[in-house]
Design a protein around this ligand. Structure first.
Ligand SMILES: *[C@@H]1O[C@H](CO)[C@@H](O)[C@H](O)[C@H]1NC(C)=O
Ligand SMILES: *[C@@H]1O[C@H](CO)[C@@H](O)[C@H](O)[C@H]1NC(C)=O
Ligand SMILES: *[C@@H]1O[C@H](CO)[C@@H](O)[C@H](O)[C@H]1NC(C)=O
Ligand SMILES: *[C@@H]1O[C@H](CO)[C@@H](O)[C@H](O)[C@H]1NC(C)=O
Ligand SMILES: *[C@@H]1O[C@H](CO)[C@@H](O)[C@H](O)[C@H]1NC(C)=O
Ligand SMILES: *[C@@H]1O[C@H](CO)[C@@H](O)[C@H](O)[C@H]1NC(C)=O
Length: 499
């Protein structure tokens, strides 16, 4: 008799007895609830979720759960951990040794949390998600990719998924995982689905090889034709901005300035993908709206990722989703934050700069850190009317500090990406972009809802708390142009925006 059958017998037994005695009914309920936990271990062959069972648990537990349970094919199940009613007990061995027992309950982190999967070519896919971090750090989970054609006359095909962990070990309970499924031949010209078989291979419990199978992507024949046409066409946008997770009490005025500045910089064939991890409150929404209406901005609500404890609102997951989602729609993709402003010298345009770097898959961009509180004394009394990058003109010039860089890529040659650069690219990367492109970083201004000018200075250089600053009016000098641009593009709707 298999373990499963034993369990079933026992389960029926418990249910029978509970009609007679209340305490058995309680036992049955307890058992049902432990089953809910247990269900996390079962493969997706079960077409009901633990919450379904939880619901029936509250109404008519016995009948529902029994018929559900009947419907399964027990011989195909992996060995589940022992239920509480059959706890392993400590035993006294013949040689006088006390053999202690260990009884596992539940599971604390999911094997995999799927965010998205995208086709990356005729034979290749990228699957984005979160996976249990200790499982990856201390175990050797493996992923089998299976393409199942809808046409029953065609065979399915399987290939080992290539694991990429792009988050530099920053994750906590979860780590970001990009699974690259590359089949030896093209798949899916008449529709089908991509299954991932995620096996723990004994990580977590050396006695168990739990395999969770999930459907990562389903494609109709029409989807495939549409992919083909996008794949073959030149990209729709010259520039696509992939924003990382926006979080906190953001200043609508700062976001407004950032958008006007960058829409002007990147131009007509540009698009901005903003990810709301809780930072897009009503005020921020108001400044995004005019640009959304004009087709420049796409807003994605990613608040639900917050349930899963990864690194900084799962930003590594979000940027990888954005990379693969828009891979064929943009010639260049930029990755930086909303308190950072890209700048190219007057003699050039952003277009001429990227054209000069066209041989590279990736280039990184040098940072100009700006003070978030020093302003000019000539702005006294009128600083509140000035834009952030107009009034914050003191540049931190401390030497010998390694500063973060930001980057841009030609996405077709990128397999996975990070926040400060991508380490999974095909083709060259260059860091020698000095004099061609840089970014001004106004750290700590975006999540501040009050006037940033705290100290007014009448000097071209000053040292505050050991940090030397000099005046740099590069950004201040283009403020008027940016304001005119905004007015021309969306009218005066945002004139009364608040800090
Ligand atoms: C469940 O199993 C019992 C006994 O094995 C059988 O009599 C009953 O018809 C089954 N019910 C369903 C829904 O398969
Ligand atoms: C149960 O699953 C096994 C292995 O997947 C299969 O061989 C068998 O035919 C299935 N039985 C039923 C009744 O579906
Ligand atoms: C998967 O990796 C291969 C190379 O290892 C690459 O050619 C392919 O584009 C990648 N697929 C995706 C969807 O990124
Ligand atoms: C675990 O199961 C998967 C398939 O479900 C298999 O590919 C893998 O080799 C197994 N691992 C071990 C250690 O048995
Ligand atoms: C495929 O593209 C056509 C034309 O752009 C569009 O109308 C259709 O909805 C797309 N189909 C799917 C399944 O996305
Ligand atoms: C700045 O200093 C100069 C010379 O010390 C002085 O003439 C000027 O009035 C000062 N400006 C402000 C705004 O305080």
């Amino acid at each position: 008799m298999s373990t499963k059958e034993k369990e079933r017998k026992m389960f029926v037994g418990v249910v029978w007895n509970c009609a007679a005695e209340l305490k058995f009914l309680l036992t049955a309920l307890l058992f049902l609830c432990s089953l809910i936990t247990l269900l996390h271990f079962l493969p997706s062959r079960f077409y009901f979720s633990p919450s379904d069972l939880a619901n029936s648990c509250l109404s008519t537990p016995v009948d529902h759960s029994l018929s559900h349970f009947n419907a399964t094919n027990s011989s195909a199940l992996p060995p589940p951990p022992p239920p509480p009613s059959s706890l392993d007990k400590d035993r006294l061995l013949e040689n006088g040794v006390v053999k202690r027992a260990f009884n596992p309950f539940g599971s604390a982190a999911y094997n995999f949390i799927l965010m998205s999967a995208y086709r990356g070519g005729y034979n290749t896919f990228a699957v984005m998600g979160l996976a249990s971090k200790p499982l990856h750090v201390y175990g050797k989970p493996s992923y089998l990719c299976e393409w199942v054609p809808f046409n029953k006359n065609h065979n399915s095909i399987s290939v080992t998924g290539h694991k990429i962990l792009p988050d530099w070990g920053y994750g906590r309970v979860y780590t970001v995982l990009v699974i690259n499924c590359t089949f030896p031949v093209p798949v899916g010209d008449d529709g089908g689905k991509l299954l991932i078989h995620a096996a723990t291979n004994g990580g977590g419990d050396t006695k168990l090889n739990t395999t969770d199978t999930f459907e990562a992507l389903t494609e109709t024949g029409e989807d495939f034709i549409n992919f083909t046409s996008t794949f073959k066409s030149p990209p729709k946008y010259d520039f696509l901005y992939c924003g990382s997770s926006l979080y906190g009490n953001l200043s609508p005025q700062r976001v407004r300035e950032w958008l006007a500045f960058h829409v002007r910089l990147f131009g007509e064939k540009s698009h901005f993908v903003i990810h709301d991890a809780g930072g897009v409150h009503e005020g921020v929404m108001e400044v995004l709206k005019p640009w959304m209406d004009k087709g420049y901005v796409t807003l994605q609500d990613i608040r639900d990722q917050e349930r899963f404890d990864g690194y900084y609102h799962n930003q590594f997951l979000i940027v990888n989703d954005c990379l693969h989602r828009y891979k064929f729609q943009a010639k260049w993709m930029f990755f930086f934050d909303v308190d950072e402003f890209i700048f190219v010298p007057k003699k050039s345009t952003i277009k001429s700069v990227v054209d000069s770097l066209a041989d590279y898959t990736q280039f990184t961009i040098e940072q100009m850190p700006m003070s978030n509180k020093l302003c000019l004394s000539e702005d006294r009394g009128k600083s509140y009317r000035k834009w952030g990058f107009e009034k914050l003109v003191y540049k931190d010039v401390k030497r010998g500090i390694r500063r973060d860089r930001k980057y841009a890529v030609q996405p077709r040659n990128v397999i996975a990406t990070g926040v400060h650069m991508s380490q999974n690219t095909v083709g060259k990367t260059t860091h020698k972009t000095e004099g061609r492109i840089k970014y001004f970083h106004y750290h700590g201004t975006i999540a501040e809802r009050r006037e940033p000018c705290r100290q007014l200075v009448n000097a071209t250089s000053i040292t505050v708390d050991g940090t030397p600053y000099i005046v740099d009016t590069t950004m201040r000098d283009i403020a008027a142009t940016v304001k005119r641009f905004e007015l021309k593009m969306i009218g005066s709707t945002l004139q009364r925006t608040r800090q």
